[in-house]
Design a protein around this ligand. Structure first.
Ligand code: SAH
Ligand code: MG
Length: 198
């Protein structure tokens, strides 16, 4: 398994796949253990790197992960198989904004790590699938250090993307339903939990 993880890191580097930073996934794995997380929903599988590590954090942790890019989805399936995780990880090939999850299944942890410009949409859609004591963790809130500096960015596309992440951070800070802690780990992480644990 360790070797497969290293192989995935090399593959990601070679093919420019933006997998999570080591410190960030270590934080999430610790969170999974400490909070006895059994059911994880991940938005944005890429090649399965974070899904496999989350599923390996605890013996009884299951992961459902959604990916819209076919090449990455196929690579993810392959990696899940090779790690012997097919019983623990369910990979869904679809745009996360189009997925219709079974309403009765609720998650202890939702990990948002797909298109950075759509974070608010993912959050608003998937909060209904979070358990009362659950958490939503979001990755890449620093976006390589650009976040907070959007006014100085010249490239239009990059500026617009960074502004969307800045808006998402404001959305979290001003949210009436959720409390959010921000962590300066890796590319920036947040942990959001319900204000009134229902
Ligand atoms: N979580 C992975 C990295 C994910 S990279 C890891 O750390 O190992 C982000 C992925 O989200 C990309 O593969 C991209 O194709 C996918 N993605 C982006 N927008 C999406 C959407 N709306 N629905 C599903 N997948 C999406
Ligand atoms: Mg990420």
């Amino acid at each position: 398994m360790k070797e497969l993880i290293l192989e995935m890191e090399d593959y990601a580097q070679e093919k420019n796949v933006p997998i999570i930073e080591k410190k960030s996934i270590a934080f999430i794995m610790k969170y999974i253990k400490e909070h006895n997380i059994k059911n994880v929903l991940e938005i944005g599988s890429a090649i399965g790197y974070s899904a496999i590590l989350m599923a390996s954090a605890k013996e009884d942790t299951l992961v459902t992960t959604i990916e819209r890019d076919e090449t990455r989805y196929m690579e993810c399936l392959k990696n899940v198989k090779r790690c012997g995780m097919d019983k623990k990880i369910n990979v869904v090939f679809q745009d996360a904004l189009d997925v219709n999850l079974r309403e009765e299944v609720k998650y202890d942890l939702i990990f948002i790590d797909a298109a950075k410009g759509q974070y608010t949409k993912f959050f608003e859609k998937y909060k209904y699938f979070l358990k009362p004591e659950g958490a939503i963790i979001t990755d890449n809130l620093k976006f390589h250090g650009y976040v907070g500096k959007s006014s100085k960015i010249e490239s239009k596309n990059l500026k617009s993307l960074v502004e969307k992440i800045e808006n998402y951070i404001d959305f979290l800070k001003n949210n009436e339903e959720f409390n959010t802690e921000f962590y300066d780990i890796g590319d920036g992480l947040s942990v959001s939990t319900w204000k009134n644990a229902k």
